[in-house]
Design a protein around this ligand. Structure first.
Ligand code: SF4
Ligand code: SF4
Length: 287
């Protein structure tokens, strides 16, 4: 089983468009994971049929038993996240600010604080015409996105034992969910765009990803919108000894295919041809 993570330093580069296209053109048996749990949208391109869903409980949250509480305020003093509030001489926990560290629980002289599991979202297993998709919905403000990605990866490893490929649609940025996505990946395919911020985020992303030692490749989406910046990114990648597998041109068919809810590679168009060529270079490197 090989693991290919499609990632980007920032949102809006076309990462999910590329992942959806690879899901379509890779004919090997595979399982897909949408690791962008804060804004999961790979399912919009793969028309999944959900066959299983389950709650996701992240880290615990503190709760105060008012019958036991002595109103001493020790928990409020101990909590460095300011999650313990006081109203009318009663103390209570604001679950949106609680980080689940359990320090208040340890400090409470009356054993009035318990740590309770918090429902953070839902996990789905869905069938698509390209293979099974593991995805999730994180409740607003729930946090725990890194933990959720870790759980999705674990489930994909179990359900995709007979697959040749796990295709991971990564989150934007370099935070916790990216770390959970990239750890254990064989190949990282970075989708960037020819802009100053795209270039800057690419540099940061490469620094982070290198620590996990996957093979790293880059594709530049909408490359023809700024030829000079595209050249700059090519030069940067050459200096870093990272291969740019291809440039994807700006193509209005990409937007049309998203509107239709299907991978762009289902249509014959310049962007589709570029992604086919990228896959022709990538597939023999993975296997
Ligand atoms: S568990 Fe930690 S973050 Fe939550 S209220 Fe207690 S001390 Fe504060
Ligand atoms: S430390 Fe315990 S007893 Fe004191 S206010 Fe907090 S919950 Fe109540």
């Amino acid at each position: 089983m090989k693991r290919l993570a499609v990632v980007s330093g920032k949102g809006g580069t076309g990462k999910t468009m590329v992942t959806g296209a690879l899901a379509h053109i890779c004919k090997r048996k595979k399982i897909m994971v949408d690791c962008d749990v804060d804004a999961a949208n790979l399912s919009l391109l793969l028309t999944p049929e959900t066959i299983h869903n389950e709650p996701f409980t992240g880290m615990s949250v503190a709760a105060i038993d008012q019958d036991l509480c002595l109103a001493c305020g020790a928990c409020a003093m101990a909590c460095r996240f300011h999650a313990v509030k006081m109203e009318n001489n009663r103390f209570f926990i604001d679950p949106l600010h609680c980080e689940g560290c359990a320090v208040c629980h340890a400090f409470c002289p009356a054993a009035a604080i318990t740590m309770e599991p918090r429902a953070c979202g839902e996990i789905f297993h869905s069938l698509t015409e390209y293979g099974m998709l593991i995805h999730a919905r994180l409740y607003p403000g729930a946090g725990n996105s890194g933990l959720l990605v870790h759980e999705l990866r674990k489930q994909a490893d179990k359900l995709g034992q007979d697959c040749e490929l796990t295709l991971l649609d990564g989150p934007p940025g370099t935070g916790c969910p990216l770390i959970s996505t990239i750890s254990g990946a064989d190949v990282a395919l970075i989708v960037t765009e020819p802009s100053r911020s795209g270039h800057h985020d690419l540099e940061r992303l490469i620094q982070v990803i290198r620590r996990f030692r996957p093979l790293i490749f880059v594709v530049i989406n909408r490359a023809d919108l700024d030829d000079e910046m595209t050249r700059t990114i090519h030069e940067f990648c050459r200096r870093e000894s990272i291969m740019v597998l291809g440039d994807i041109p700006f193509d209005t068919e990409v937007i049309e295919s998203i509107r239709r809810g299907e991978p762009v590679t289902k249509t014959k168009c310049p962007a589709s041809e570029a992604i086919h060529m990228i896959w022709e270079k990538l597939e023999p490197v993975i296997w």
